[in-house]
Write a protein that binds this ligand. Structure first.
Ligand code: SIN
Length: 522
């Protein structure tokens, strides 16, 4: 067992910001990563992060807040939106640009030069060409590695949160409220170890990999959400899964994001006949309508034509920008698949992109469980409401990571962490049977196709009920297996995925109202 002041689980922008801020404040921090530092959903982000450009761009925190609320379809939490709009851009500038030196593209005045994206009423997206997430992650990873107070544990999988009274040895603890004191982690030696911490910050990211088509990496399996749920934290808004309108469609290959900034800079959506079909679905905003509207329009267009995809035409962008210089990643991704974006429109489909729900948190990132904070995509701050505005998630992760760390350090200072002897060690499963990879793969296929087909862009009660039945059956099978087989990352991820699938389905069934990215047609 090891111990620390602040345990951070997850190393994307939210986790790294939290770790750095807590360590700056003098806390001993342990940063736990499922893979290695640098491998995160953050590093896959292309478009950018909301900043506040000079006044000449005509922007203001009020205008940003209004855009976020409009995209969020009446479900945003106003005080969270205000906080993000007022404090986020300054932190982006001071922390990411000034302190960490993230190489944002600069204009002639030496300031970050903003780009445009859908549903933003001003140019305000700071970007590093089209690999902004990678640039941010690289800078954060360097700073984390260089910080003397951060201990990095790579290749450790979160098994469960360590809570009392559940994991305490004192039977009278049953009268106390539930509290989080760290986590159980599966190590590379296949043993489960405990990390004790005065405060724990979950920053484990989202769950896009639960869907057959996704812009997310394979590690986005809802680990933190499932662990928080098992520990009885309050979870909200699970029906709101955002689908990104444009990922490159290559049959039998994983989807790859084609950034929103392409449409922000003028790319057109076309059907097979070369028609700009958005005229039918959002005649004013066209391709710059909020994501839920554009994704549904593409879905309906594909359904009505029977086509497997629509197309994104980049030539209007090429007419005004040097595509090679501005979108090198997009070009290389497309060319690697044999397409030439300067001569032909790219085949695209929507894909699961962002989880707008999560572990309910307050403005400081506190969850409903004392001792536990959540930041980034695993958390629901209320900023995104029923549909997230593009390029706000990196900013939200940064701001809440920073704020949660400050509160965790301050509140953690006075607390008495239970001794090692007062907490139970992990009891390993006794069964000899190791997980059969074929069974796990088949179960994953089941989860991913079920959610895509039955809890996707357009939902009905009948489909959701069918999915709930199927996932309930799978859940009981996997729980039994989890208790008997030696633990492994594939088993834990699958268990988490099925838990999250059930949360999504339950929320989607209970909510008959179409709003934002939850769309019911019955
Ligand atoms: C994109 O580049 O389109 C993704 C940005 C985001 O999801 O905020």
């Amino acid at each position: 067992m090891t111990s620390c002041d602040v345990l951070v689980v997850g190393g994307g922008i939210a986790g790294c910001a939290a770790a750095l801020r807590a360590a700056d404040l003098g806390a001993d921090v342990t940063l736990v990563l499922k893979d290695t530092l640098g491998e995160s959903n953050t590093s896959w982000a292309q478009g950018g992060i909301v900043g506040l450009p000079p006044a000449s761009y005509g922007d203001s925190p009020e205008l940003l807040a209004a855009d976020i609320e409009a995209a969020g379809a009446g479900l945003c939490r106003p005080e969270a939106v205000r906080l993000l709009a007022q404090e986020g851009p300054a932190l982006c500038r001071e922390f990411l640009w000034k302190r960490l030196g993230v190489p944002f593209d600069l204009g002639a005045d030496g300031e970050p030069e903003p780009t445009a994206e859908a549903a933003h009423s001003a140019r305000r997206i700071f970007h590093a060409r089209d690999f902004t997430g990678q640039a941010i992650q690289d800078a954060l990873s360097e700073a984390v590695k260089a910080h003397g107070r951060i201990r990095i544990l790579e290749g450790r999988m979160l098994v469960d949160l360590l809570t009392t009274p559940h994991h305490g040895r004192d039977p009278r603890g049953v009268y106390d409220p539930i509290r989080v004191w760290g986590a159980y982690l599966l190590d590379s030696d296949k043993q489960v170890h405990r990390v004790r911490a005065a405060r724990t910050i979950l920053a484990t990211g989202g769950l896009g990999y639960l869907y057959l088509h996704t812009s997310n990496p394979a590690g986005a399996t809802g680990d933190g959400l499932a662990a928080a749920y098992r520990a009885t934290a309050r979870i909200v808004n699970c029906e709101y899964i955002q689908f990104h309108p444009t990922t490159l469609y290559v049959p039998h290959k994983p989807r790859t994001l084609l950034t929103e900034a392409l449409r922000g800079e003028g790319a057109h959506l076309l059907n097979r006949r070369g028609e700009r079909f958005m005229t039918k679905y959002a005649p004013e905003a066209m391709e710059l309508a909020p994501r839920d509207i554009v994704s549904r329009a593409i879905f309906q267009e594909m359904a009505s034509t029977g086509d497997s995809n629509v197309f994104l035409d980049l030539t209007p962008v090429a007419a005004k920008l040097d595509l090679e210089a501005r979108f090198p990643k997009v070009l290389s991704v497309c060319r690697a698949e044999g397409f030439e974006p300067l001569r032909q429109p790219m085949p695209v489909v929507p894909a699961a992109h962002y989880f707008c729900g999560g572990v309910a948190v307050d403005l400081e990132g506190r969850t409903s469980l004392p001792g536990l904070f959540a930041v980034g995509e695993v958390a629901c701050t209320g900023v995104h409401g029923a549909n997230r505005l593009a390029s706000t998630s990196l900013l939200e992760g940064l701001l809440w990571g920073y704020r949660a760390a400050e509160t965790a350090v301050t509140e953690g200072r006075g607390s008495t962490v239970p001794s090692e002897a007062a907490l139970k060690a992990w009891i390993p499963a006794q069964g000899p049977e190791a997980a059969d990879p074929l069974l796990i793969e088949q179960d994953w296929n089941n989860v991913r196709t079920t959610l895509w087909n039955y809890a996707g862009i357009v939902r009905t009660r009948a489909r959701l009920e069918r999915a709930r039945g199927d996932m309930g059956h799978l859940y009981h099978r996997i729980e039994a297996f989890y208790r008997e087989a030696p633990l492994s990352r594939p088993i834990l991820e699958l268990r988490n995925a099925v838990t999250c699938a059930r949360l999504i389905l339950k929320a989607a069934l209970l909510n008959p109202e179409s709003r934002g990215c939850h769309y019911r047609v019955d």
